[in-house]
Design a protein around this ligand. Structure first.
Ligand SMILES: O=P(O)(O)OC[C@H]1O[C@H](O)[C@H](O)[C@@H](O)[C@@H]1O
Length: 686
């Protein structure tokens, strides 16, 4: 048997454990009516936590604990009864959920009843295709991915089924070498390089670590950051196997800069190695996104759709997670079936028979419905190492919201972190058991929720079990609560079920605290701020370029640059932009050093002299460079020129960067089949 647990400690106060000895009203089904959406709009929980839901400050011992909790002596028989009373078991999935070490009371359940009813209705409406993400005007359909018959119309069901079939066929053709790389001595694809970030990376990363066999048909590597050294490292590790690498570029929006950057770097590596990227590239993205258009125009070997109604953090059961998994030889139909069975269980309106509702209620109890405590995920299986990172995005991006559905400021969220059970015991469990409880702000209480997995029969596994049990007891003895989820085995079915369990718990919890779990305005704000920095960077470049094209070159101080950009108040940001450019040899420090900002004078190492526009329908890529460099040569007589071509697809107005190169070019089969305008900027070295 394997177990996964959650520990939620109370802070200084200890919630009272009430031993539930007879069936309570919570054994009864909660009737679900089809209320309109506005009925679901609950009050801001953060503003209105009922007093009796807060942990009780009481000097008398709670049920199930001794007079002196710090001694670790508990009334174990009462705890045993509580365990038996509340144990949830899904026989088909071999999964158990033990919430007995969470000290919720009958009164708490009663208070939560109306909220739960509304949550069940909301989840039903969501599954029927309601616009459950009102801010983005989107349906939320990840549950349909594992049960296409649930989709609100036959066309969506058929899209899901067709995509799944296409994934299975493609994976089979790659593994059997029916589709092979053009110039690999192996005669087949041996490696996958996955480029994506956030929801387009964390699911595939977790599943690869959890389920990939020791010798998979294709091994997988990830580029999920912008660090040039990290990207170079992945490419270097592939070495000569770049010839047999299938590059899967994953981005729902198709325009995430980090992913785009990774793609351009990898494409450059392919060019440098004399390889044709298009014969080894696969895109997973929304139809007509920049990535989709790039892949279509460049003729990559395959494109798989990302659906508008599936969010990145719940996309593991879409092509995003299924394609990489299938290529590693993981049984994706089993994953889907585990998730589907779990979804079915999570539709139960009897709370004690609905594991996701039980989890969500425990989170609410343990964090006072305001995220007052953190969730510490402790898997006792190495293969589940990345579950905490996966959950971090799922929980924190979904629940970390400033406003509730009515627009009240609530600053909701639950912090998630964690690593590995035993490993963490020897690292930070000391603090969880005895240490500080307020991590960030004085008004927050600390919380630990611990996710633990234990298995089996061997000596090693016995050790894992005893470690887990010891940790659970020791934490509980010091008033730290926990949830334990047990899975019989870590396999595609149970991993599918675990993902589905937490997806649904997040959905239900979001209903309980009345927030939209499916948007991410905070991330959008970050992207907007990054866009503003990019705009400033362009202005800095324009100012520097003008000065750097003068004869002789004019070097500028930071004040002069800020003044000429008409952004004197942005001088610190300008300094950071210039430091970065200098570190990457794009700007040259003529005087002073970056360490003493007031001293520096700077100019650009190259001068961009003009932009050349070409209407390029029917032209091949090298021709852009030829035309641009010819025009450049005629105009300024320079022979050594660098040409950068940007294209705009006239139909979609989407565009991209073809890349920068010296005017010499190599033959490249890249014909445009759509109307494009290509803007080539030319520069020469100073
Ligand atoms: O899949 P993409 O569109 O490239 O987005 C990747 C990630 O971008 C942002 O960070 C979003 O907040 C994430 O939810 C998303 O998963």
């Amino acid at each position: 048997m394997a177990a996964i647990a959650g520990i939620c400690s109370s802070a200084v106060v200890k919630p009272r454990l009430r031993f539930v000895s007879k069936p309570s009203r919570w054994d009864l089904a909660i009737p679900v009516s089809s209320c309109a959406r506005r009925v679901l709009r609950l009050q801001s929980i953060a503003k209105a936590v009922p007093a009796d839901l807060s942990p009780v400050v009481d000097s008398s011992p709670a049920v199930g604990e001794s007079e002196a909790p710090s001694t670790g002596k508990k009334d174990s028989v009462k705890l045993w009864h509580r365990y038996v009373e509340w144990l949830y078991q899904h026989k088909g999935l071999g999964l158990c959920l033990d919430v007995s070490r969470i000290g919720f009371t009958d009164e708490f359940f009663e208070t939560m009843e109306p909220k739960l009813k509304r949550a069940f209705v909301a989840m039903q409406e969501l599954e029927k295709g309601e616009i459950s993400n009102p801010d983005e005007r989107r349906m939320v359909g990840h549950y349909w991915l594992r049960n296409p018959a649930l989709a609100p119309n036959p066309s969506l069901s058929s899209q899901i089924e067709k995509t799944l079939d296409a994934i299975c066929t493609f994976a089979e053709e790659i593994i059997s070498a029916k589709i092979k790389p053009p110039s690999s001595p192996h005669g087949r694809f041996t490696q996958i390089l996955s480029i994506g970030i956030g929801g387009s990376a964390l699911g595939p990363l977790f599943v690869a670590e959890a389920l990939a066999p020791d010798n998979p048909p294709l091994k997988i590597r990830f580029i999920d950051n912008t660090d040039p050294a990290g990207i170079d490292h992945q490419i270097a590790q592939l070495g000569s196997e770049l010839t047999s690498t299938l590059v899967i570029v994953i981005s729902k929006s198709g325009g995430t800069p980090e992913t785009r950057n990774g793609l351009l770097e990898v494409q450059k590596a392919f060019r440098d190695a004399g390889l044709d990227f298009s014969k080894q590239g696969v895109a997973i993205t929304q139809e007509n996104s920049l990535l989709d258009n790039t892949a279509r125009i460049e003729g990559w070997i395959a494109r798989f759709p990302m659906f508008d109604w599936v969010g990145g953090r719940t996309s593991e059961m879409s092509a995003v997670g299924l394609l990489p998994a299938a290529l590693q030889g993981i049984d994706i139909r089993e994953m889907l079936s585990g998730a589907s069975l779990m979804d079915e269980a999570n539709r139960n309106t009897v709370v004690r028979n609905n594991p996701a509702a039980l989890l969500a209620l425990c989170w609410y109890w343990a964090t006072d419905g305001v995220g007052s405590k953190d969730m510490v995920v402790l898997p006792y299986k190495d293969s589940l190492l990345l579950f905490s990172r996966y959950l971090q995005q799922l929980v924190m991006e979904s629940l970390g919201k400033e406003f509730d559905i009515e627009g009240n400021r609530v600053n909701q969220g639950i912090t998630v972190y964690g690593n590995k059970g035993s490993t963490d015991q020897h690292a930070y469990i000391q603090q969880l058991r005895e240490g500080v409880h307020n991590f960030l702000l004085p008004l927050l209480k600390s919380c630990e929720t611990d996710l633990q997995v234990m298995t089996g029969s061997s000596n090693q596994e016995l050790l894992a079990v005893t470690t887990y049990l010891g940790t659970r007891s020791a934490l509980y003895a010091n008033s730290r609560e926990s949830i334990t989820v047990t899975v019989q085995e870590v396999n595609p079915r149970s991993v599918g079920a675990l993902i589905a369990l937490y997806e649904r718990a997040v959905g239900i919890y979001a209903c309980l605290v009345n927030i939209n779990a499916y948007h991410q305005p905070g991330v959008e704000a970050g992207k907007k701020a990054a866009g503003e920095v990019l705009t400033l960077q362009k202005r800095v470049l324009a100012v520097l370029n003008e000065a750097s094209c003068k004869e002789p070159v004019e070097s500028l101080t930071l004040e002069e640059i800020a003044y000429r950009c008409h952004e004197p108040e942005q001088i610190e940001m300008i300094y950071k932009i210039i430091s970065h450019m200098a570190a990457n040899d794009r700007a040259i420090i003529a005087e002073g050093s970056c360490g003493s900002p007031r001293s520096i004078k700077v100019y650009l190492g190259e001068c961009q002299v003009f932009n050349h526009f070409i209407n390029a329908t029917g032209l091949s890529q090298p021709l852009f460079y030829v035309l641009a460099s010819k025009a450049m040569h005629e105009r300024i007589g320079q022979t050594m020129v660098w040409v950068r071509c940007l294209y705009t697809d006239a139909r979609t107005s989407e565009g991209g960067d073809i890349g920068t190169r010296v005017c010499a070019y190599e033959a490249h089969e890249w014909d445009t089949d759509v109307a494009m305008q290509v803007k080539c900027s030319c520069s020469y070295k100073r």
